[in-house]
Design a protein around this ligand. Structure first.
Ligand code: MRU
Length: 349
């Protein structure tokens, strides 16, 4: 996708260094962060310089390639094994991270170059998956449709294209004039900050709404379709995504609005039977208690927006049961969110 008319990817790898758009600064500043070591790439995942399941997956694959590159000849296996554990401990929910670590670890057993090639291959596949998800999802969109999304599941959440927003990008390029309702997505406001910035750069009509305005928008007939991304999908179709996704799914069912998830095969956890088995990340309470924005000099500052003496709880994701999901838009087509269809889909990955 383009930023100020220049073509960018969210994250890329070059000679042992991982380069990524620093998402902590968007939309106020556009900077590239470079992680020169495995440890720096892990820190970028933990601090959310890079975030979104697909982009986290690419970062994890590159981190594993950095580990293989640096591993000593004697003790190579121990070094890459420790590195794989370190990367897996960065963030617990996005399955793409575990998928990429396992794939690149297997390649690293063959050698350093194979690890780097595999990490780059996965990043290229990540782009192609988003493109294909977009084409399949396009079949759900009619000209002028008003689509609600949550969090950021656009190109910043992948290497390029994204998942939930990919059909919108295709629709826009075909002149179908889609309109996007952007849920702000407290506490970190990925919707208001990142999704809105992406859509603005692509010149797609959109409006940011407070998370708690969605029910009234639905009840007054202003939303035609809901598409969100996913961080982890269980074998029965239960789906973890940014906290608040479950609210939207329940509301969509109540108001008879189609609710779709968009995700590639690398988001499906083949070891996880149901949503009850998905590990939900608990993040620091300060993300709820503080809001961020630039000061007059452009430095990003935090301000307290809640009673200082009160505690806050910050579960980063929730699980939407498959029964509330009309379909899962994948790179190979739109799946019924049921076990038989998901197993067949994963067999061909
Ligand atoms: O905590 P984040 O910003 O990494 O969470 C991101 C989301 O929940 C996205 O909606 C999700 O990754 C799906 S799109 C890849």
């Amino acid at each position: 996708m383009k930023v100020n008319q220049i073509q960018y990817k969210t994250i890329w790898y070059h000679e042992g260094e991982v380069h990524m758009i620093n998402q902590l600064l968007l939309p106020f500043r556009f900077e590239i962060f470079t992680a020169k070591t495995l440890e720096e790439t892990c820190l970028a995942i933990k601090t959310m310089i890079v975030r979104g399941a697909g982009a986290i997956g690419a970062a994890a694959g590159f981190a594993m390639a950095q580990a293989a590159r640096k591993a000593p000849e004697s003790g190579y296996l121990d070094y890459i094994t420790d590195a794989s554990i370190m990367i897996k401990n960065c963030r617990p929910t996005a399955y793409n991270l575990f998928y990429a670590v396992e794939k690149v670890f297997a390649a690293a057993l063959e050698g350093k170059e194979q690890a780097e090639e595999e990490a780059k291959r996965l990043a290229e596949k990540n782009i192609e998956d988003g493109y294909q998800i977009g084409l399949h999802g396009l079949s759900l969109i009619k000209p002028g449709m008003r689509i609600l999304t949550h969090c950021n599941a656009g190109w910043l959440a992948f290497v390029d294209w994204g998942s939930a927003l990919a059909p919108v990008y295709h629709a826009s390029r075909k002149g179908m004039n889609p309109f996007v309702w952007v849920g702000e997505t407290r506490p970190r406001s990925q919707g208001a900050r990142l999704t809105a910035w992406e859509l603005y750069n692509e010149e797609i009509q959109h409006t940011i709404v407070a998370d708690n305005a969605v029910a009234s928008l639905m009840s007054s007939g202003k939303i035609d379709l809901v598409i969100t991304g996913a961080d982890c999908i269980a074998l029965n179709g239960d789906t973890a995504n940014k906290t608040g996704t479950l609210d939207r799914a329940i509301l969509a069912r109540h108001f008879k609005i189609p609710f779709f998830i968009a995700a590639p095969a690398s988001t499906f956890d083949p070891h996880c039977e149901t949503g009850a088995g998905i590990k939900i990340e608990m993040r620091h309470q300060d993300e709820v208690k503080y809001q961020e924005g630039p000061d007059e000099e452009g430095e990003i500052r935090k301000i307290n927006v809640s009673n200082p003496a009160s505690m806050a709880l910050n579960p980063a994701f929730d699980v939407t049961p498959s029964i509330l999901i009309n379909g899962i838009i994948t790179e190979k087509g739109i799946l019924n969110p049921r076990r038989s269809d998901i197993s067949r889909f994963l067999e061909t990955d």
